[in-house]
Design a protein around this ligand. Structure first.
Ligand code: MSP
Length: 652
């Protein structure tokens, strides 16, 4: 039988909010593993996606005043876009609102039911709404949720239960016979101890809200979001259709440590009940923290991936997130350290090595990798290291020690740099010797180019392209007959990594005025209800210039990510833009759908989570003819340039 594909998954992320670098952290790590296995010549299936049901998502949508399905449809593209920008090579992006997924969940429930593992009862417990989790009295920390620290509430409702208690023994046996099922090792004992204390049956339906998969045994209930979500690992590869067998069992579920219990206790029990094989490994990594606290939207300490990408590029971001922190442990996000590494290790060390080598091959060998002469001791030493590079890398990657993997590559890069400095090719007059040195460097770089591919795919590809080399699969060795014509050297990693284009940080969007009233406490202000893909309220000082009727139904441009401000008792969620010349004020006229971004051609759009009014003023937007411009470049939507009635006016 053909070898099964290497199947790797990330958690499917809740869509109650947009992605942050905590989500990116897991997803990048999974991508490195997927790419490593592909480099190794294996067939790989890499699944990621979004967890869209449950009370938390329903609540987030209702807070925004949007219908839940419309809300999730708005958030999901933010995840897909982030992963595409970060070069995540997922094979499938699953959404739990897909029909096939829903059918699969229902099928799984039926199988568990057939096995006599589902019954009806009552549930009462301490429930944490944001985490969608019931906790026992014992679990609570200072009477609050042990995961997010917020208050829990006692909830009692009719519920269907899954007989988790029945699987206690089987689970303990699983941990015993498959020692790498719970990884890394230091997380294992805690799970084992908790299981040994005894397992309670699990409440798997809810009646208090409706946003979920209808429970197939009782239409008044919806399926508990975790029972729904975990099943994605099966439905994502086509289960219950037979095709899932080419991928299942999963080789590795990569998860954050806070959801290890769900993946190593509830999930295998569900699978045992349904008669499906158990995955190979569940690996729980540590948290990326900010000043020691877990990054999360609710704590207001979250960094969107776009912010790092804007400053350090895609590969700089991927490198920075994996370089320092041991993956299995918590680690604080340390930006000064990250900058040091990006400058020192990427630009100075690797970038320079490539640049110097390519320049010399151009200068001394007409841009063609030369044939080597006789290798001396220095070359043989370097070749030894080169020939062990991938074996060492493999050891580290198998253990998910990405920081050590990168350290191994960069230690080799340092040795190559030392070799250049020792050999001083620019002083060698004997052509054969010069060829040997430049060949050795080119060949080492070919190997380094491959080694960095899983971590920084586009830099690896660029390196190989510049060296005139094709991408190969492992095993890779130091060859003595590599040939190739190299390209003009190009800077691989620039040190001026912070492309600080202030416009990129601002989020301008098209909105429509749905309703408009005078502000009760301010003569000059209107209070607008707008549709910007979601409902928002904002205050605008237009009462001296427009009647309410003139404005109702108009399309406008707003600053979407402006820090909300309380204007005389009403929170303004953003700012309407207008042009002003002397004492004339006119709104701007964008064409486009509500929520659509207003952009500038060729300028990256990487909005910050929030900006201040000063940030906006610093842009000094103005009009020129009928256009609204930033540094002479017109603002536009997908349907054309934003129109202004006033020439030579300032934007306020
Ligand atoms: N929807 C569930 C998972 C269901 S899987 C069947 C969920 N979603 S989540 O949006 O909260 O994402 C949690 C996961 O995101 C974590 O397990 C981890 O992989 C990643 N991270 C979120 N914040 C993180 C950090 N601050 N640090 C590291 N990883 C983080 O739980």
């Amino acid at each position: 039988m053909a070898k099964k594909a290497f199947y790797i998954t990330t958690p499917i992320y809740y869509v109650n909010d947009v992605p942050h670098i905590g989500h990116a952290y897991t997803t990048i790590a999974a991508d490195v593993l997927a790419r490593w296995h592909r480099l190794n010549g294996e067939k790989v299936f890499f699944l990621t996606g979004t967890d869209e049901h449950g009370q938390k998502v329903e609540k987030a949508a209702s807070e925004k005043g949007i219908e839940t399905k419309q809300f999730v449809d708005m958030i999901v593209p933010r995840f897909v876009e982030s992963w595409k920008t970060l070069n995540i090579s997922f094979d499938r992006f699953i959404r739990t609102t897909e029909e096939d997924h829903k059918k699969g969940v229902i099928e799984l429930i039926k199988k568990c039911h057939k096995n006599n593992d589902i019954y009806k009862g009552f549930y009462e417990g301490n429930y944490c709404v944001p985490c969608e989790t019931f906790y026992t009295e014992k679990d609570l920390v200072n009477n609050n949720c042990p995961s997010c620290g917020r208050e829990t509430k006692i909830v009692k409702e009719e519920s269907y239960f899954f007989r988790l208690s029945r699987y206690e023994k089987a689970l303990l046996e699983l941990y015993e016979t498959s020692p790498s099922f719970i990884s890394p090792d230091h997380r294992k004992q805690e799970i084992i101890n908790r299981v040994k204390e005894g397992l309670k049956d699990l409440s798997i339906t809810r009646t208090s809200f409706s946003w979920g998969i209808p429970f197939p045994l009782d239409e008044h209930h919806v399926t508990y979001v975790w029972f729904d979500a975990l099943t994605n690992y099966l439905t994502g590869i086509g289960w219950p259709s037979k095709k899932f067998a080419s991928y299942w069992p999963a080789d590795i579920h990569l998860v954050g440590k806070e959801i290890l219990w769900f993946h190593t206790v509830i999930w295998p029990a569900m699978l045992m009940s349904a008669g499906v094989d158990i995955p190979g490994t569940v690996y729980a990594h540590g948290w990326l923290t900010i000043n020691g606290e877990k990054m999360s939207k609710s704590k207001g300490n979250f960094i969107p991936p776009s912010e790092l990408i804007r400053k350090y590029g895609v590969d700089g971001t991927r490198y920075g997130l994996l370089r320092d922190i041991p993956f299995g442990m918590d680690g604080d996000f340390n930006e000064p350290q990250l900058i040091k590494r990006i400058h020192g290790e990427l630009a100075d060390s690797l970038g320079n090595l490539l640049q110097r080598t390519l320049t010399m091959v151009h200068k001394y060998c007409n841009g063609v990798i030369p044939k080597p002469g006789i290798f001396g001791d220095d070359e043989k030493r370097l070749q030894d290291v080169a020939n062990n590079l991938f074996a060492h890398l493999n050891e580290h990657i198998q253990k998910l020690e990405f920081h050590k993997g990168l350290e191994t590559i960069w230690s080799f890069v340092a040795q190559c740099n030392k070799y250049v400095n020792d050999q001083k090719p620019w002083d060698i007059h004997e052509p054969k010797r010069l060829n040997t040195v430049l060949y050795t460097l080119s060949e080492c770089l070919r190997l380094i180019g491959h080694a960095v591919l899983p971590f920084m795919p586009s830099s690896g590809e660029k390196m190989l392209a510049q060296l005139g080399q094709k991408q190969k699969k492992l095993p890779l060795q130091f060859e003595t007959n590599t040939s190739g014509k190299i390209a003009q050297p190009e800077i691989l990693f620039s040190k001026s990594v912070v492309i600080d284009e202030p416009f990129s940080a601002v989020d301008l969007r098209v909105a429509i005025i749905k309703d408009i009233k005078p502000h009760p406490n301010a003569d000059k202000l209107y209070v607008l209800e707008i549709d910007v893909g979601e409902k928002r309220t904002l205050c605008a000082g237009l009462r001296n210039y427009y009647s309410a009727d003139e404005l109702k139904g108009k399309s406008i441009v707003i600053v979407y990510n402006l820090k909300p401000a309380n204007l005389r008792g009403i929170e303004s969620q953003g700012m309407l833009l207008a042009s002003q010349k002397a004492d004339v004020v006119k709104i701007l006229h964008p064409k486009g759908t509500p929520g659509e971004p207003v952009t500038i051609s060729g300028m990256p759009r990487t909005p910050k989570q929030q900006i201040t009014i000063e940030d906006f003023k610093d842009l000094k937007l103005k009009t020129s003819g009928t256009k609204v411009v930033y540094k002479d470049k017109p603002l536009q939507t997908s349907q054309g340039e934003v129109f202004s009635e006033l020439d030579d006016a300032v934007i306020v």
